[in-house]
Design a protein around this ligand. Sequence first.
Ligand SMILES: [Zn+2]
Length: 341
Amino acid sequence: MSTAIVRKPKELQFLETLSKRKRFTSKEKRYYFNLQRGFEGELLFSQFIGKLKNDSIILTDLLLEYNQTTFQVDCLLITRSKIFLYEVKNFEGDYYFDNDKFYKKPRQEIINPFHQLSRAESILRQMLLSIGSNTPIESYVVFVHPTFFLYQSPLDIPAIFPNQIERHVSFLMREAGNVTATERRLASRLVELAKKESPFQKLPEVEYAELNKRITCAACEGLSMRLVKRTCVCGVCGYKESVTTAVLRSISEFQLLFPNERLTTHRSFTGVESLYLRTSFTEYYQQILNRLGQKNGLTMFDRFVSGRMHREVYPLWVLSYSKFILAINRFYLHSLNKVLS
Ligand SMILES: [Zn+2]
């Protein structure tokens, strides 16, 4: 049984996280949308090709480099006799060919995917030869979106149109025999050679100050999480999540957006939520402690802020322990609610 695991590209994960916390310009929006659509296309194609019952090897999203040329392979199917190279396009709507150029109707020229394909095929061929393999390559541009239509399509282009995908998979089921150790070795060699980071991929710098710092909803991505007892509940879709999970999720979002920064309380997504949490927590502490301090003739807050609180907390025991805990809990929940709303 073949399996195709399509990993979400790092850049897409990054933009996805950023989009929840920042308002995109229309150019950024378009770029994000295209990237998202490309990924959905690859997912869709992998579902088709994952139906292959025989033991072929599917590699997706490989970034290969040969002779200082880097190229992206959307999907590579390694069978016993051939390697199939697929360039997956999730174009929607009407397109046309004119003089070897590719346009989206009415007249917007876009990069000809067949040129991309033949370039990738030629580099892949050289690369395979360099590692001692002369397995023939058969390559296709696969258009996966059901509404895609191509006018003036030449007969001889290596295209698989949406309604031909199933047939192509049936063809593969008949033709592709089970792979042997040779093909497996070749596949692992290619995976070894694949680069981890794209040289084209420049993730934009993120300004911490321009980000929305609230907890996001894991289901609808909204920013209306509220605290009900110890659970965060989304005000829009009703999704529930424990506070711990929500904060942990926010931490990983921070790490994704600021990969080179250490998590600290003042600038981090521990940061974003727990910094806020702490500031409002501190405010309430200040109130409690000031009150207590007045009562006891102590100036507790200064000590609390200077970090000596934990050593000097004992005077608080003049009040009953349970009263103290209750007060803390109440204020803690109240401040959390303030952060979340
Ligand atoms: Zn929600």
